[in-house]
Unconditional design. Structure first.
Length: 444
């Protein structure tokens, strides 16, 4: 994240350079940036495309004249105005639906459109039923290039070897997500596949490597306390958390029910009539990996589960809370001379256990979410992605800080969070961003 050396006149400055509305049914394009009042653009780490919404005030009969049918294109160009060095951000969307068109009076109506990024819409037009023999990275790269004309940028070392699979009548986006769900890195972390507002490529990144990234704002955390909001320092002021939501957290009960704390697993080979049986212990089989890799300082010091929770002296993670059976393989691609695994097939128990560990990490990532709304100016320089897949430092004041007369951090809510989703909210008067943030444990 670029640091501001000179604060702009307005800490919410951005420029909506153009909003172009076009249709294959019409010969001309319409520029509607002057009548556009609201644009929301959504990024999500589990979606390889963007979504959004747009609101414009129509006093010239655009809605009726265009005769929206749900296949129109809207190209948005936006840039920050805090310096001359920033880059323009350009994205093309399709109109997925008309959310509403409401008459304000006889001459004016407000039109709200649901948007989906062009690759998401184009994907919906294509059906794939084809066989592949490659790694997850290789298949995802091939699918994206051929059907979406998008490059894939990979982050992390995939553990999966080459396997054979037949894409079973899926759209390209569905196929990408399906293959992504199989991918596991060498430590047992899951992979994510996502698109960002700033960059053009699709990212295929492991959770382990995302956790190892340096935090973007180590010196200037986003803060939620009175001294931050009243500071004369523009850098501190613009990084005040405007609002936050911390609810529906710490549901260990649901994680036990999902079988990712302590459970027995059976993967059945229907061809050989054999089983790979093992007990999954989230502490031994997943969380210990958090302290093994090179960048240990970037990993949490306190885990999101404690082995001291017990039933009759046995830790929750040692109990067989669930017994889960799945078809591991059927020898679908076993020729007798060459043994090639299929989508859900592994050749040993260690590999099957990594699959469960990846699922556990994904589930535990949602255990302590926090949603914050902040000034958006730091997130649209256009140089590089600074939202989803990056780490952000936030600080909250401890509830007892006033009693002791000093700034004591609330270490439960404070910390370095992985940005999981973002909502860019461009309005006439300001630009804010809502960030959905997750962390796997606490630093202290």
């Amino acid at each position: 994240m670029a640091e501001i050396t000179e604060a702009p006149d307005s800490v919410t400055s951005y420029q909506l350079e153009s909003v172009i509305l076009e249709s294959d049914r019409l010969e001309t394009q319409l520029s509607i940036e002057n009548i556009t009042t609201d644009i929301d653009i959504y990024e999500h780490i589990d979606k390889p495309y963007l979504t959004g919404s747009l609101v414009f005030v129509d006093s010239q009969g655009v809605f009726v004249g265009m005769d929206f049918l749900g296949g129109e294109k809207i190209t948005i160009v936006v840039k920050s105005t805090r310096s001359n060095e920033v880059k323009r951000i350009k994205k093309t969307f399709f109109v997925a639906s008309v959310i509403s068109a409401v008459k304000v009076n006889d001459d004016i109506e407000t039109v709200s459109l649901q948007l989906i990024e062009d690759i998401g819409y184009i994907s919906n037009l294509i059906n794939i039923s084809r066989g592949y023999h490659d790694t997850c990275t290789g298949i995802i790269t091939s699918l994206s290039k051929e059907f979406l004309n998008k490059k894939v940028f990979s982050i992390g070392n995939e553990f999966n070897k080459k396997f054979k699979v037949i894409i079973p009548n899926l759209t390209p986006i569905e196929a990408l997500s399906w293959i992504k769900n199989k991918a596991v890195d060498t430590e047992g972390f899951p992979f994510f596949l996502f698109s960002t507002l700033v960059e053009d490529s699709i990212k295929f990144a492991s959770l382990g490597d995302l956790l190892d990234k340096n935090v973007m704002n180590p010196a200037l955390p986003y803060s939620y306390w009175q001294t931050a909001s009243t500071s004369n320092d523009r850098d501190i002021q613009r990084r005040t958390i405007l609002s936050y939501d911390y609810a529906d957290t710490e549901s260990l009960y649901d994680l036990i029910d999902d079988g990712v704390v302590g459970s027995d697993y059976q993967y059945i080979n229907t061809l050989l009539g054999t089983q790979d049986n093992f007990h999954f212990d989230v502490m031994d089989d997943a969380f210990k990996q958090l302290f093994i890799k090179k960048n240990k300082n970037a990993r949490p010091k306190m885990l999101p589960h404690d082995a001291r929770f017990n039933l009759n002296g046995t830790s929750f993670n040692k109990l067989k809370s669930r017994s889960i059976s799945q078809i591991g393989g059927s020898g679908a691609f076993n020729t007798g001379f060459d043994r090639v695994p299929s989508y859900n097939e592994e050749f040993d128990q260690i590999n099957y256990k990594k699959k469960v560990a990846a699922r556990a990490f994904h589930k535990f990532l949602f255990k302590s979410p926090i949603n914050i709304v902040v000034n958006g100016i730091d997130f649209i320089d256009g140089e590089a992605n600074t939202t989803i897949g990056n780490k952000l430092r936030v600080e909250f004041m401890h509830s007892a800080a006033g009693e002791f007369g000093e700034n004591i951090k609330d270490m439960k809510r404070s910390g370095d969070y992985l940005i999981y989703a973002a909502r860019h909210m461009f309005k006439k008067e300001r630009y804010d961003i809502a960030l959905n943030c997750m962390k796997v444990g606490n630093n202290k």
